[in-house]
Design a protein around this ligand. Structure first.
Ligand SMILES: Nc1ncnc2c1ncn2[C@@H]1O[C@H](COP(=O)(O)OP(=O)(O)OP(=O)(O)O)[C@@H](O)[C@H]1O
Length: 625
């Protein structure tokens, strides 16, 4: 990729020659940043950061009492006009850290110059994220809506509509790189007066195959655009590429190290078990309500998500699906409804970050020898050409602010440590506590239960080792859990019954049915169907055919005699928000927040409603020695 500030080849070669010098200088710079950061450690308020009172008012309206670490560090630098390259953990408040300075800049300029032009461009890797960032801008500019306007370019709208949206000359545009380039190329969006550029989830913006769009966009911008780049996971190679393209001398903020173990709000467990056991354990966890509160379950692919949903339905466990096949409006609606508390369980297949997660990491950690590197190459080949019904701009584990998630369950482990970091980052956000549970298939058990086997789990143990290392670098740790086999066995026949009912045909039918329903709901297709009623009736008629998973009434209830005494109590108490522990509650430890939780080894969880018992205790859950 070419540099925005210097596209001349000779100059680039000269820059390359100066690399060692540059690196030394950068090292010094980085040290300088850490020192600056320490000096600024005083906990400033939003007003003290130098923000416009209208922005401060909006921030207060959202209930933000004081800036988070990343906001305290990044906002002053950005307000001073510096380029910022920032790595801070998931859920730490990066959105406000980059949005507020852009809004501040626009407001300040408008006091003396009201000329309309697009001054800020915020690039994000997915449409869901663009929608979320746009909403955040609307909230932060609630008290200055007349002075700052923003548009997002990710709606499923026609080019004409998008053109008219841009004809109003929004101050800030939020988009994926592909869409931004499309409108710049068509002349609908002018970047000649651009002042602020933000790349959120910066590493992913590169790895999503947006290279060409980024290159084109960089060429269309004036020199000296102030650039901010944010991510929770940035490897040094990516940092270098991004710095090379967009920044001259960015201030680098790496905020991970500043979190000690005592600050940790995320509790992480992994469960080593057989392929069918994870279905059994998941059934128990959700049927016995051992996890309460909103929960995200990640699975390896789309078919698997429907399979798990249908499997859960056999037991009357309700869940909804999120995947790249669903129309973008549906995905956004699902996220909104989950955040409003309409659904408690989302089963998400995170195909997109799965596809690109490994390559970077293999390179970054120098561990491409285990066979995954080759797979990466194959994936790379697919990257540009992969077109079809799945959305190329989909992603749920990156950046989406699912609210108050009590637990993230990696039903299928992701294939990279960075993908894991982002998935578990959907919980324990903004200072709340959260829990992550990951199923890991030991090598000797992989492929032993064909009906539930999935290729992506073949190297679970190797991936787990990488995850443990990566989390260790962030002062986080994963702890093992073992479930008592004997206690689980009583439920196994029910699980097998349910699994048998969820046939491939039932999955296919569920998948097409859901898609069909969403298409019928789609606003953009309404007019088309009005004009083509025959197509609509065909779609509806089609919906009446096909197969369903066999419904088995006896599975919907857990018979009394199967229930461990304490778990029975939980079921009859009804749903209450709170996490029910996997182990004995230590009476000496205090309740630490809405979902319970604590820190360090031997941490304990408050049982919802102050209950004494621990239902999972009855499963003889124990930590491995
Ligand atoms: N100063 C603050 N005080 C309280 N809550 C905050 C503050 N800043 C942000 N939040 C809240 O924290 C949550 C996470 O913020 P945000 O989505 O910006 O995190 P992030 O760092 O971008 O996460 P990710 O890496 O997953 O993208 C949001 O719900 C947001 O409203």
């Amino acid at each position: 990729m070419k540099r925005k500030h210097d596209q001349d080849d000779e100059a680039s070669a000269a820059v390359a020659e100066q690399q060692p010098e540059k690196k030394k200088k950068e090292k010094k710079e980085k040290k300088k940043v850490v020192v600056v950061a320490e000096e600024e450690e005083k906990e400033l308020s939003f007003a003290e950061l130098g923000l416009d009172p209208r922005l401060v008012q909006a921030v207060a309206k959202q209930g933000f009492e004081k800036p988070t670490l990343v906001q305290r560090k990044a906002i002053p630098l950005a307000l001073r006009g510096e380029d910022v390259l920032c790595k801070a953990k998931t859920g730490s408040g990066k959105t406000a850290a980059y949005v507020l300075p852009v809004l501040e800049g626009v407001l300040k300029r408008k006091k003396t110059d009201a000329t309309p032009y697009t001054a800020g461009l915020i690039l994000v890797p997915t449409r869901e994220l663009a929608d979320q960032v746009h909403k955040a801008i609307e909230e932060f500019s609630a008290f200055c809506a007349k002075d700052v306007t923003a548009a997002k370019l990710t709606e499923n709208v026609s080019d004409a509509v998008q053109r008219s949206l841009l004809a109003n000359v929004p101050d800030v545009v939020v988009s994926t790189p592909a869409r931004a380039w499309k409108v710049v190329e068509s002349g609908a969006l002018g970047l000649e007066k651009l002042e602020y550029l933000v790349l959120d989830e910066a590493d992913l913006v590169l790895s999503y195959g947006y290279d060409e769009d980024m290159e084109n966009l960089a060429r269309s911008m004036p020199k000296g655009v102030q650039t901010t780049m944010m991510s929770a996971t940035l490897l040094s190679a990516e940092l270098d590429t991004l710095k090379g393209i967009f920044c001259r001398n960015p201030r680098v903020l790496e905020l991970d190290e500043e979190f000690g173990e005592e600050d940790e709000k995320l509790t992480q467990y992994y469960v080593r078990c057989g392929e069918d056991d994870k279905w059994l354990i998941s059934y128990l966890i959700f049927k016995l309500q051992l996890i309460k509160g909103p929960c995200l379950i990640f699975v390896g692919d789309i078919d698997r998500s429907y399979r798990l949903k249908l499997f859960f339905e056999q037991f009357s466990i309700r869940s909804c699906i999120l995947n790249s096949e669903l129309p973008v409006n549906t995905r956004i609606r699902v996220i909104e409804e989950f955040n409003k508390g309409i659904y408690d369980i989302i089963i998400a297949s995170d195909e997109r970050s799965e596809v690109f997660g490994d390559e970077k990491e293999e390179k970054g950690e120098g561990e491409g020898q285990d066979g995954e590197g080759g797979e990466g190459e194959e994936k790379k080949g697919k990257r540009k050409g992969r077109k079809g019904k799945r959305d190329e701009e989909y992603g749920v584990s990156r950046g989406i602010d699912f609210k108050n998630v009590a637990a993230v369950v990696n039903f299928d482990l992701p294939t990279s440590a960075s993908s894991y970091t982002h998935r578990v980052g959907r919980t324990a956000r903004a200072g709340r506590t959260g829990i992550a549970i990951s199923f890991v298939i030991p090598k000797e058990l992989y492929g032993k239960h064909k009906p539930t086997s999935i290729k992506s789990c073949e190297k679970d143990e190797k991936v787990l080792a990488k995850i443990v290392r990566a989390q260790g670098k962030m002062n986080r740790k994963l702890e093992p859990y073992n479930f008592s086999k004997e206690q689980m066995e009583a439920f196994r026949y029910r699980m097998n019954d349910a699994l048998r009912a969820v046939t491939k045909v039932a999955i296919r039918e569920a998948r097409t049915k859901e898609l069909r329903q969403e298409l019928l709901r789609s606003e953009t297709l309404k007019r088309y169907f009005e004009e083509n009623p025959a197509e609509l009736s065909h779609l509806r008629h089609d919906g009446e055919l096909g197969h369903k998973a066999r419904q088995q009434a006896h599975l919907k209830h857990v018979p009394e005699y199967l229930l461990p005494r304490e778990a029975k109590k939980e079921l009859t108490k009804g749903a209450g928000v709170g996490f029910v522990p996997f182990k004995k509650v230590d009476k000496d430890k205090k309740h630490r927040g809405k979902f319970g939780g604590g820190k360090g080894k031997g941490r304990s969880f408050k049982v919802g409603g102050g209950r004494k018992g621990d239902p999972l205790k009855t499963f003889k859950v124990r930590r491995k020695k």
